[in-house]
Ligand binder design. Structure first.
Ligand code: TXA
Ligand code: MG
Length: 349
């Protein structure tokens, strides 16, 4: 049985917060809200509890988890060293939607980091997440609280849909305010490298650190034979059931392409401004110049398209700057790396 624990705010829901924290401390599984997406939380130091996260999600064992902390004392427990660059990032972006990969300490079992010598650490900003971690008084391993392969969950309703009966509790803390998963950067190599783009942008990271490399898997289909630095990026991710086709081009080129290609049961996933020009059903992820709004609505829109029974979805291709890089990274995976260039009608992988 999965218990639903409603938490409006941390001041009037002490009982629910204690209950969630006690389940985690006792080795159980709880879906908790964070500012990015919901996380499926367990004690990061408890091998058995972490193993059950992989089982509940149907997640491949070689895909490591993020360890969530609620203060910097916990950071020094889960990592072997805190390099200067980590402190620079922590000062600027924590608590917040940034995950930093660092050398792992022996307190974190191999199952949590999928056998890697590094560990991913994040200090979330969401007060409910922070309060549950504090009360559980352990570092908390949490992947996104979706079934492996489906879009991440940004509301308690999404978690109920995916995880009811599979976890001990779901904390309903409302909708997530960022909507896409955290930015992941590794400081384990010689030069900092972006592994997954998010709400903290590449441009912002470069302002703090100077040179930041970008892992090829951020924008390209990983070579199945190459060694990947971010295991999560090799999986087809964020995939709704419908077939997603990413269409690159101006508004006119996009609308022309969609209008001349769509048939029954096919939808557009677009910006507000595109809607009047489209002759097929559409779902908008927000205003064209508001990438934060688009991030908030992306996963819910992909889930709604499945509910509508969409067979094919023509998604407008985001710009690859700012938060747009995160949207592009998620959508190109949903589209299995197929991009159609509307101007020429050619397809590129
Ligand atoms: O916003 C988020 O990051 C959410 C919330 C719950 O915090 N969590 C999340 O976790 O998105 P997950 O498991 O869905 O994604 C974690 C990503 C994966 O791509 C994984 O491969 C990568 O981080 N990762 C974790 N540990 C790593 C490590 N030691 N080295 C390289 N990549 C790592
Ligand atoms: Mg995930």
């Amino acid at each position: 049985d999965t218990k639903i624990l409603k938490v409006q705010n941390i001041n009037n829901s002490s009982k629910e917060l204690d209950e969630a924290a006690a389940i985690i401390a006792g080795g159980g599984l709880v879906a908790i809200p964070t500012e990015t997406v919901y996380g499926l939380a367990a004690n990061a130091e408890d091998e058995k509890a972490v193993t059950s996260i992989f089982e509940a999600k149907g997640r491949p064992q070689d895909n490591p988890l993020i360890v969530h902390i609620a203060d910097l004392t916990m950071l020094t427990r889960v990592v072997r060293e805190v390099p200067q660059n980590a402190m620079k990032l922590a000062n600027k972006f924590w608590p917040g939607p940034l995950t930093i990969i660092l050398p792992k300490s022996s307190f974190i079992p191999a199952v949590t980091s999928a056998g890697l010598d590094t560990v991913a650490v994040r200090f979330p900003k969401h007060p409910v997440a922070q309060e549950i971690i504090r009360r559980a008084n352990v570092p908390v391993a949490a992947p996104s609280a979706n079934l492996s392969g489906s879009p991440s969950t940004t509301s308690a309703q999404h978690c109920i849909h995916d995880l009811m009966g599979r976890v001990d509790a779901i904390v309903d803390g409302g909708d997530c305010e960022v909507g896409v998963e955290s930015t992941v950067i590794t400081l384990a190599g010689e030069t900092p490298k972006l592994l997954r783009p998010g709400y903290v942008t590449l441009e912002q990271l470069r302002e703090v650190l100077g040179e930041v490399l970008v892992d090829k898997a951020v924008t390209h289909q990983p070579d199945p034979n190459a060694k990947v630095s971010s295991p999560g990026m090799k999986y087809k991710h964020y995939a709704p059931k419908c077939k997603v086709i990413l269409v690159d081009g101006t508004q006119t080129q996009y609308a022309d392409y969609v209008n001349s290609h769509h048939t029954d049961g096919e939808f557009a996933l677009c910006y507000n401004e595109d809607v009047p020009f489209l002759r097929c059903p559409s779902i908008s992820i927000g205003a064209e110049n508001n990438q934060a709004e688009q991030a908030v609505k992306l996963f819910d829109s992909l889930r709604r398209l499945d509910e509508e029974g969409a067979q094919v979805v023509y998604a407008r291709c985001p710009k690859q700057s700012g938060v747009g890089l995160a949207l592009y990274n998620r959508l190109i995976r949903a589209a299995a790396f197929q991009v159609v260039h509307a101007a020429s009608g050619t397809e590129q992988v």
